[in-house]
Design a protein around this ligand. Structure first.
Ligand code: ATP
Ligand code: MG
Length: 578
């Protein structure tokens, strides 16, 4: 799907008269108007710049929706740029996963780039800065660089190498590149202001020596540019007009601008990119940092990047999240410049439920089965009952569900000593079986421990389809699956990974609040026969139970594995009184 299609999909494409939705779109609209007034060509170009050091998470989705969304709204273009300046943490596997996830979310980039494609150009520009006396090779240790930089309330001190002759820095920098020095022997620093109130301007490091193989450039380089040095220059090379990033880079903006100013004569485009910051997304009961997510993967706390409990796009997809639900979520949370309260996970779940309610076909499945025999139902008889696939979508049609004398209901739908207010099955009580009949419990069978192993019921043949001709009512409708036709399945129930709302705020090890009960696996679940043909990725609602997604582990034919995507109860809507 193209940017425009994704936006049309949500029917929210900006029009001439609709006010911009957020402060960044306001800025873009103003810039475009100013450009037009000045007779300059007015085209917006944004970029989404992930570092390929892990899988994308829901926080990145916010940035993707913003960057691609703005390009789509203003008839511009958005690039995908891999910010691959650190060979120690980056891998091709992540590059591929990121491309897949951006496409899955419904966006397609205009140009695909890698910061590493610009290494030669950026190196040449660094040489220009050295020649202009704006950069120097420093040979103190990394610790000394840090110590000399000072604290925010006290001035930094100049390195003894700060006034090194230009020729000497040029020579050393060339030899750094040729690999003559070990890691850490020298760095290249910009020569700005050691007394600046902004720490980022106290002669920031531009290059460090790293003898490491890069996933794309292989052994070609052993000096690598820092994020600050590479990012703005990459933006300039690509003609990015609005370089949107998260708020922790606000203090870096003067540096971003400083580099561009020094290079003004060398840059390929007249228009200079501008950096705009917005608040990053945090969600309750999870962590959104690739570093931490990688720790969960490496430490075996989850089963991989796509573990359905992970906030990664691959995890959410496996959990049953749709791109539409995630884009809807990003629309609802909006974009601001304030560090906001952590977003309630319940809102994300609400968006999924909303979408699945519309698209997921209904099925019947019993997670914890209790056997029921209808004593007055003819042995060997099977009736095919018509069931509605999706009450929200008539085009989804109907299917046949087999009914017979012996079936399963949910164990929790029966209580021998029903308290007041429990309207499901209990001895002497009549209930409706979905699409089938009224049944009355007339007895129970127990094992030696006194546990109920089977219910005996009678049915009323006059109530086929679920209504009594005499108009009598029942207070509960239960789902069921015929024993002879049931498909055995595995169901995985997921809770949130963490047991506290803000795991990042916990003192000490952030992993201490991981919830060991975040995954519960149920075997021997009884599913209606239509599920024997379920294919991985298929989304469905098990009536009265929840929304589910067929897991790729469903390899054995007729042995489905279902992931619970989200329950039916909507905590968010309830809290908001909706
Ligand atoms: P992480 O700490 O998870 O690795 P990052 O910012 O280092 O995040 P990048 O790959 O550098 O990850 O991010 C690519 C883009 O996504 C950046 O523009 C970044 O600002 C944005 N981004 C990352 N995390 C979030 C978030 N939680 N909310 C909004 N945008 C985010
Ligand atoms: Mg990063």
């Amino acid at each position: 799907m193209t940017n425009a299609a994704a936006n049309n999909d949500r029917n929210e494409t900006a029009t001439a008269d609709a006010p911009p939705r957020d402060f960044i779109r306001e800025r873009v609209a103003e810039d475009l108007a100013a450009d037009r007034a000045a007779g300059r060509s007015a085209a917006v170009r944004t970029r989404f710049p992930p570092e390929p050091n892990g899988h994308l998470h829901i926080g990145h989705a916010k940035s993707i929706c913003l960057n691609f969304g703005i390009a789509g709204d203003f008839g511009g273009a958005c690039n995908l740029r891999f910010d691959d300046t650190n060979p120690l943490t980056e891998e091709t596997e992540y590059v591929e996963a990121i491309e897949r996830d951006v496409r899955w979310l419904g966006f397609d980039w205009d140009e695909l780039h890698y910061a590493s494609d610009y290494f030669e150009q950026i190196y040449d520009w660094a040489v220009e800065l050295i020649r202009a006396g704006k950069a120097y090779v420093d040979s103190v240790t990394a610790d000394q660089v840090g110590a000399l930089r000072g604290l925010w309330h006290e001035e930094g001190k100049a390195s003894p190498f700060r006034d090194r002759p230009v020729e000497e820095s040029l020579d050393l920098f060339a030899r750094m590149r040729r690999g003559e020095f070990p890691d850490g022997a020298h760095v290249l620093r910009a020569r700005i202001d050691m007394s600046s109130g902004n720490m980022n301007l106290r002669d920031p490091v531009m290059y460090r020596i790293r003898h490491a193989r890069h996933h794309r450039t292989g052994p070609a380089w052993c000096v690598y540019p820092t994020y600050d040095w590479a990012h703005g220059q990459s933006d300039a090379i690509e003609g990015i007009t609005h370089s949107i990033c998260t708020l922790e880079f606000e203090d870096h903006r003067p540096l971003y601008d400083w580099y561009l100013e020094q290079l003004a004569g060398h840059l390929p485009v007249a228009a200079r990119p501008q950096q705009i910051e917005f608040a990053r997304l945090s969600i309750t009961y999870t962590v959104l940092s690739k570093r931490k997510l990688l720790e969960l993967v490496r430490g075996g706390y989850v089963q991989g990047w796509d573990d359905p409990r992970m906030p990664t796009l691959s995890g959410l997809r496996r959990r049953g999240y749709t791109p539409e639900a995630i884009r809807d979520f990003c629309d609802r949370i909006g974009v601001t410049k304030n560090h906001e309260a952590v977003v309630d996970l319940a809102l994300l779940e609400h968006c999924l439920r909303d979408d699945l309610n519309r698209r997921a076909e209904r099925r019947m499945g019993v997670l914890r089965p209790l056997r029921v025999v209808i004593e007055n139902y003819p042995e060997g008889q099977v009736e095919q009952l018509e069931a509605v696939n999706n009450p929200e979508d008539a085009s989804a049609g109907t299917r046949q569900v087999p009914f017979s004398r012996v079936f399963y209901i949910e164990r929790e739908d029966f209580l021998e000593d029903a308290p007041k207010g429990f309207f499901r099955l209990s001895p002497g009580r009549e209930v409706r079986l979905r699409y089938a009949y009224f049944v009355t419990c007339v007895g129970v069978t127990k094992d030696e421990q006194g546990e109920v192993t089977e219910l005996r019921c009678t049915y009323d043949p006059e109530t086929r389809g679920g209504n009594a001709p005499d108009g009598r009512k029942v207070k509960a409708t239960l789902h069921w699956v015929s024993e002879a036709h049931a498909v055995d399945g595995e169901v995985r129930l997921y809770g949130s990974l963490f047991s506290v709302a803000e795991p990042d705020a916990v003192e000490g090890d952030w992993k201490a609040s991981l919830d060991p009960a975040s995954l519960e696996v149920l075997h021997g679940c009884k599913l209606e026969p239509a599920l024997a043909r379920a294919t991985p990725g298929e989304l469905l609602q098990l009536e009265r139970v929840g929304y589910f997604c067929v897991d790729p582990d469903s390899t054995a034919a007729g042995k489905p594995v279902l992931n619970r995507s989200v329950g039916l109860r909507d905590a968010w809507a309830k809290a908001k009184g909706k």
